[in-house]
Design a protein around this ligand. Structure first.
Ligand code: GLN
Length: 483
């Protein structure tokens, strides 16, 4: 039962092959048995799950239908869940029970999903390895000595290990696509504004975007359908109709123009990944796509720009966690300054403190022009590169990451080495574009992802290309040994 995709579960429930309650029991037992190896959950919500499953079964019995009605999922632990701990992977929020549901959580619950729990993540979504979590590192089910990617590492490891079919995640600089690549999943970061950020604890507000992590493009279409849409509570949410994503899966790729940026194949890329990317290009050519070399000349500036803008926004967003308004409060403060200092010093981990310091520095009076303003100018150049490229091609294709998942601890002493691994994913966030990562092969037994980028609101095109690719390849069906 645990091997089923969301699409298969929807068919099974509709055909009354099993109930949502039965499936939920199976998955909860599987999580109890296998998650101790992975640490992919921060909280389990068994009672809520069984109640939601029973409700979904009752709705189906009354004749209601829907692809998500009775589907078990989990939420990354930065989506607020009413009455349930929402920790953001931090000691700061270890005892925070959200007073309301995030829009994404509420929409999915209304569609009938069953919440099995809240998944582990890098603290405040800062990281690419899921090692900065207050609740400990997450292991990659493909090799327990390796990281699953981050910051949505818990969602990725759980879905890859078949503990559940799909999960929500968020992507500020790659946190959906990179863990998808590292664990052999399909992950989609939507256009900025497509999915409501209301109730999603902010890291960098102009970059953050929620999206689905699943095993197939077909399942990403189903989950995105339940997440996307205008929300008056989020002023950056965009009032555009949501297309039928599942209906977009079956379009022909005949004549589709795919751009492959020459800058993607420079020195830092593992040549074995480069070869797998070329193989995926050949596969898509067989399906009728036309390949064109393109250029994204400002790509080299994206990492420094991102690692100024994201910490700058984080330093502002995280100022509310001060032991007074929100978050952990230290014991026996001597005075107000001591209370602030120790609450933040004890409540935030090292990486979060580093980002707050970098961000506050970049925004300070003497350095604003030199760092923050310059980074914003680069952001515009990166966007302009994409706009020019999309005049010539329909999709941009390349590697999701320069290397496969590294060993746990390998980059702990060198944060910049970890930042550099985000080179292919952060540009989509800087420009606000949608991006998808799909499984495309293995290196040393570790999964490799190919990234597709599309113009604004063309999530359907990304899902279409990935689905057609998945109909003709079987990388996405491979299962990690032991799971
Ligand atoms: N690795 C990037 C960072 O640490 C992106 C994280 C994310 O997308 N949340 O900022």
């Amino acid at each position: 039962m645990h091997h089923m995709t969301l699409a298969e579960i929807a068919r099974g429930l509709a055909d009354k092959k099993f109930s949502s309650e039965e499936l939920t029991q199976v998955l909860l037992a599987r999580i109890a048995q296998l998650d101790p190896q992975l640490n992919s959950f921060i909280s389990l919500t068994q009672e809520l799950a069984l109640n939601q499953a029973k409700t979904a079964d009752a709705r189906r019995a009354k004749g209601e239908t829907g692809a998500l009605l009775g589907a078990p999922i989990a939420h990354k632990d930065l989506f607020c869940t009413q009455g349930i701990r929402t920790s953001c992977g931090s000691k700061m929020l270890d005892n925070f029970k959200a007073p309301y549901d995030a829009t994404v959580v509420a929409k999915l619950a209304a569609a009938g999903t069953v919440t099995l729990g809240k998944t582990n993540m890098d603290e405040f979504a800062m990281g690419s390895a899921n090692e900065s979590s207050y609740y400990g590192a997450v292991k990659n089910p493909w090799n327990l000595e390796h990281v699953p990617g981050g910051s949505s590492g818990g969602s990725a490891a759980a879905v890859a290990a078949r503990l559940l079919p799909a999960a929500t995640a968020t992507d500020t600089g790659g946190s959906i696509r990179q863990p998808a690549a590292f664990t052999n999943l399909t992950g989609l970061k939507p256009t900025y504004g497509r999915v409501s950020r209301w109730g999603m604890i902010a890291y960098a507000s102009s970059l953050d975007q929620g999206g689905p992590l699943a095993r197939t493009a077909e399942d990403c279409a189903i989950l995105l359908q339940g997440m996307a849409g205008f929300d008056p509570n989020d002023s950056t949410s965009i009032d555009e109709p949501v297309p039928d994503y599942s209906a977009s899966l079956n379009g022909s790729l005949q004549g589709l123009r795919i751009g492959v940026p020459k800058e993607y194949f420079s020195a830092g890329l593992d040549p074995r990944i480069a070869e797998l990317v070329h193989n995926s290009v050949k596969e898509l050519e067989k399906l009728g796509a036309v390949i064109k070399e393109i250029s994204l000349p400002n790509m080299q500036h994206a990492i420094p720009a991102y690692y100024v803008i994201a910490p700058a926004e984080a330093s502002s967003n995280l100022s509310r966690f001060d032991g007074v308004r929100f978050g952990y409060r230290c014991e026996n403060p001597e005075n107000l300054v001591d209370l602030y200092k120790r609450s933040r010093g004890e409540g935030f981990g090292a990486e979060v403190q580093r980002r707050i310091m970098v961000g506050a520095y970049a925004l300070s009076a003497g350095y604003y022009d030199a760092y923050y303003l310059k980074a914003q100018k680069i952001r515009r150049l990166v966007k302009n590169d994409f706009m020019a490229a999309f005049n010539e091609v329909d999709i941009i294709l390349g590697p999701t990451t320069p290397n496969p998942a590294w060993k746990l601890g390998a980059k702990n002493s060198d944060p910049v080495a970890e930042y550099l691994e985000d080179v292919y994913t952060i540009t989509a966030n800087l420009a606000g574009l949608p991006g998808l990562s799909m499984p495309a092969g293995f290196v040393d037994g570790l999964p490799v992802g190919v990234q597709l980028l599309a113009p604004y609101f063309q999530e359907g095109r990304l899902l279409n290309v990935a689905h057609q690719y998945q109909l003709n390849t079987d990388w996405h069906t491979r299962t990690p040994t032991g799971f």
